[in-house]
Each structure stands twice: as C-alpha cells, then as structure tokens.
Design a protein around this ligand. Structure first.
Ligand code: ADP
Ligand code: MG
Length: 312
C-alpha cells in the first residue's frame, strides 16, 4: 500500500460486460455508449467525494475482435493478449468520453481522465496453465471446432474456444495508478482483467491466457489501498438458489456464510463465484467494504442502501 495526502476515500468500481452490451444486444457503438451512460452518470457524481478507479470486463468486445479476425485472411491474426490490449483502448476511450460528457452535463468539478494499458503478472507455474477452462470468443459448430487449432469446450450454446485462467499475482502499474488517483485523476485500468504477463528478470512478456476481471480488480483494490470495492453487474446482488423459485437476494453476506454457500454450489464458476471470491478477498482486510450491486444502483451501494454487502 502506498501513502497519500489526498483524503477522499478510494472507490474502485468494477464494471461488468453488461455495462456496455446487454444480453441479447448486438453491441453497436451507439448501444454501448447508451448503456454506459447509466453507470457513468453515477460515477461522475461519486467522483466529487471519492478518488475513482474504474476497471471493466471485455468479454463481448474481445469476442467480436476474435470473430473479426476470423472473417479475414488478408491480414495476420493477432494473439489474444494483443486483442485484450485493443479492447482496453476501445473501452477506455468510450468510458472516458462518456464520463467526460457527463461531468460537463452535470456541471461537476471535472477530474482529468486517463485510461491505462494495464499488465497483470501471473505465475507461469500456476496450476491453471495445465487445463484451459475459460470460454472466449464466438460459438462454433462441432465441425468448425474440430478443424481449428485451439482447445474447445462444448458449452450450453455450442462449441467455444477455451483458454487458461490463471490468478492475478500483482498489477504492474499499481504505483502509477495510485499516484494518478492521488492527483485526482479518474483512472480506467485493468480492462478485461489486464494483459496477462509473466516476469522474466526485469522484463515482462505477454502470455496466452485470460485473467478474471473481478479477481484482478480485487488485487488492484488491495494494492492501491482502496477503501471501497463495488462490483457492478446486471443483478441486484448475490442470491442463494439463483434463478429458482426460492431465490433469495442477500443484503449482507458474512465471509462464513459466503464460504458455506460457495461449498453448496450457489455461485457458478465464471460468473458469480469469482465476484464473491473477489469481494471476500477484499473485506478480509480490516476496515474495507465490498459490495456486489446492480449497475443502476452503484450510488445506493456506496451509500450502503443496495446490493450485497460483505461482512468480515
Ligand atoms: P459480469 O459481466 O458483470 O462479470 P457475469 O455474467 O460474469 O457478469 O456474472 C453475473 C451473472 O451471474 C448474473 O447475470 C447472473 O445471471 C449470474 N449468477 C449466477 N449465480 C448467481 C447468484 N448466486 N446470484 C446472483 N447472480 C448469479
Ligand atoms: Mg463476469
């Protein structure tokens, strides 16, 4: 953790893919900007009272880039980590421009904005490198999957390419991010969980993998000494028996209960489980708050009036 004189509490908001492309939407640029307004409007107001870090997912956007490269053989295909870097640029730009417009529209004190291409160190000996588990990109038919050179999994929707999903070890730019928020910059970073890199001496090199954005965000929240970590998604909070008649959205969740519900299988891999794990890691530190909340209720979540608040 790095010390600072800026006394505004540090709020890290992790935006889910749905902040830009809702389920069932095509994901045009107009739709993405429109969707973003809902969250960005709230973050603009929160920036008056908090130092702000925004992290974000990139699932649909990186999926589209993968599909675009397959539609054309005239230019060389780029490896996954370069596509992740591309999405950090495109999404960072969209969040910046939307947030800037909102700050002006609401006549608020406008902090400067910066989007950082962010690297996240992973451990090359992480057991996650033994088995690819994370589905990425478009859905394929069995024939297409068999003809391709990637590992594939059969999912509910069809065949999808899978890649490794190692744990984030440390955010390479943590000191720079901390300095920027202390100067009252609003920082957008760790998009898509960050570009996974392994350390070779003093150098870093990109590696074929995808880091979960909620786990990377929790790591960053710890490393910059954030006070409050909000994971914003498309449900009102963490539920037990999700999607069933006896579903119950929890207003508070103790670490002991979170562990119990996790063991009982209430939180699936790849969606709610990494969010719960991320929140648990953060509130494990004394004095920290973590809330999993609806994208439209970020301000209420910060005020302690919405979402699922984790309790140590
Ligand atoms: P994001 O893009 O925000 O990371 P995800 O799709 O990865 O969103 O995770 C959020 C989804 O998790 C919700 O839309 C919901 O369908 C699903 N989900 C699975 N289990 C639960 C649960 N126990 N409580 C709430 N949501 C759950
Ligand atoms: Mg997710």
């Amino acid at each position: 953790m790095i010390d600072s004189d800026n006394r505004k509490p540090i709020l890290l908001v992790a935006l889910g893919g749905n902040a830009m492309i809702k389920k069932g939407q095509e994901g045009t640029a107009v739709q993405q900007r429109d969707n973003l307004k809902v969250t960005v409007r709230q973050i603009a107001r929160l920036s008056q009272t908090h130092r702000i870090i925004i992290t974000h997912g990139n699932g649909p956007q990186v999926g589209n880039l993968l599909l675009q490269q397959e539609c054309c053989d005239a230019v060389p295909k780029m490896p996954l980590e370069i596509l992740v870097a591309q999405t950090q640029g495109q999404i960072g730009y969209m969040i910046e421009s939307c947030l800037d417009s909102e700050l002006m529209a609401q006549n608020l004190n406008a902090s400067p904005l910066v989007s950082l291409i962010s690297y996240v160190v992973v451990d090359e000996h992480d057991p996650a490198f033994k088995t690819p588990t994370k589905p990425i990109g478009p859905v394929y038919t069995k024939t297409q999957a068999e003809a391709a050179s990637w590992p594939f999994h059969k999912t509910a929707k069809g065949y999808r390419r899978v890649t490794f999903s190692p744990k984030p070890v440390t955010i390479v730019e943590k000191h720079e991010i901390k300095q920027l928020i202390d100067m009252d910059f609003i920082v957008i970073c760790c998009g898509g969980g960050g570009i996974p890199v392994i350390r070779e001496g003093r150098a870093f090199s990109g590696i074929e993998a995808v880091i979960d954005k909620d786990l990377a965000s929790a790591r960053l929240a710890v490393e910059v000494g954030a006070d409050l970590f909000v994971i914003a998604t498309d449900v009102k909070g963490v539920a037990t028996n999700f999607g069933q008649k006896n579903q119950k959205i929890l207003r508070t969740l103790t670490l002991a209960d979170a562990r119990k519900h996790m063991r009982a299988g209430h939180f699936p891999e790849g969606s709610m489980k990494p969010k719960v794990e991320a929140a648990m890691q953060f509130v494990g530190i004394p004095g920290k708050r973590a809330v999993i909340a609806f994208l439209e209720e970020i301000e209420q979540a910060v005020a302690g009036k919405a979402g699922t608040e984790f309790v140590a």
